[in-house]
Design a protein around this ligand. Structure first.
Ligand SMILES: [Fe+2]
Ligand SMILES: [Fe+2]
Length: 339
């Protein structure tokens, strides 16, 4: 199948064949989304996954929860941590478990993809809190899942998806254009399809499909709001690949446009971006996930900030220049009309 052009149907059907693969993820999400599920039921699902059980116990016994007595039972951990924290931890753990594929680890920078998902989720939750979106944890879940299409395409169409990465580098037109050129469809469309097949809330499928299109329309205002939150969070994070957002100035304009839609000022946006770095490092520790050397992460964050200021300054100067030109033309035409 790799040698002939793929159509949307091929991609979706191959992914549907393996739709049952992330079983823990689907089971955990279903249980957590069911308002009737109690701690015992959630604990039962978690207990079926050994590494997840270990992570939950590790987190509940960490300094953050300040317990003197060691917690050894998952049901007790669920009660102590609360369903929301459990949801965030289990979801992240299941998604990151999917990328733990030896061939994938050898061929691409998985650390960077994981870091992108963690940063986006943390940014999304902070934006949701700042803008008083009613379910900040839902924004976190959206952040972890928003690029699930990339993970699936990398897992099941590896060679073809590596062509997308080459195309992205060569054309500098961004990820969605490169995907359309190679596959004829985007990671958003693939991701939405799989979210629907897992029977997750339609709101999540909407944001997975549209997080690169902040002008996407919906009859449900909450879908638009959540999509804006994820779109902004995505742009505030380090991309999963080089050239994911090839143009820094377009990125800044995107951030400002979506920030305005969410009534978020620049100071709040910058604080969210700054705080996401230590929070991402902490979450990665809980998940025992290698997202890179801490010093590298911090120095890269500083470089990005410097690049951003440089571009902002350039944009400001260009606007000033434009304004001076417009003013000059106005004066000239006024003088002409007076003469
Ligand atoms: Fe994306
Ligand atoms: Fe993304």
């Amino acid at each position: 199948m790799e040698n002939r052009p793929l159509c949307a149907k091929d991609v979706i059907s191959r992914i549907s064949e393996i739709g049952s693969l992330p079983q823990t993820l689907a089971a955990v999400l279903k249980t957590l989304n069911n308002q009737m599920s109690g701690a015992e039921e959630v604990a039962e699902v978690i207990s079926k996954d050994v590494s997840l059980t270990f992570r939950v116990l590790r987190m509940v016994n960490s300094a953050q929860f300040g317990r003197r007595r060691k917690v050894t039972k998952i049901s007790e951990a669920v009660v102590l941590m609360g369903l929301n924290s459990i949801k965030m931890l289990t979801l992240s753990s299941s998604v990151f478990g999917m990328v733990n594929d030896p061939e994938l680890l050898r061929r691409c920078n998985i650390k960077r993809i994981c870091r992108h998902l963690i940063e986006t989720a943390i940014n999304a939750r902070s934006i949701a809190i700042e803008t008083k979106y009613k379910e900040p944890e839902e924004a976190f879940v959206g952040g972890i899942l928003h690029d699930i299409g990339i993970i699936l395409m990398l897992l099941y169409f590896r060679e073809k998806y590596l062509q997308v990465l080459d195309r992205m580098k060569a054309d500098q037109k961004g990820i969605t254009q490169a995907e359309k050129d190679v596959f004829g469809l985007t990671h958003g469309e693939v991701g939405a399809e799989i979210i629907n097949s897992w029977s997750l809330p339609p709101k999540l499928a909407f944001v997975v499909e549209n997080h690169h299109s902040p002008n996407a329309t919906s009859m449900i205002p909450e879908e638009i709001e959540l999509n804006n939150i994820i779109a902004l969070a995505d742009h505030l994070s380090l991309g999963p690949f080089d050239d994911y957002f090839p143009n820094v100035e377009e990125n800044i304009e995107f951030v400002q446009l979506v920030g305005r839609k969410l009534n978020l000022n620049n100071t709040a946006t910058n604080k969210i971006r700054r705080d996401s770095i230590p929070e991402s490092i902490k979450l990665a520790e809980y998940l025992e996930l290698d997202i890179g050397d801490i010093l590298d992460i911090l120095s890269e964050a500083n470089n990005r900030l410097a690049e951003l200021y440089f571009s902002l300054e350039k944009l400001y100067l260009e606007k000033q220049k434009l304004q001076t030109l417009v003013n000059g033309e106005l004066i000239e035409s006024t003088l002409e009309s007076v003469q």
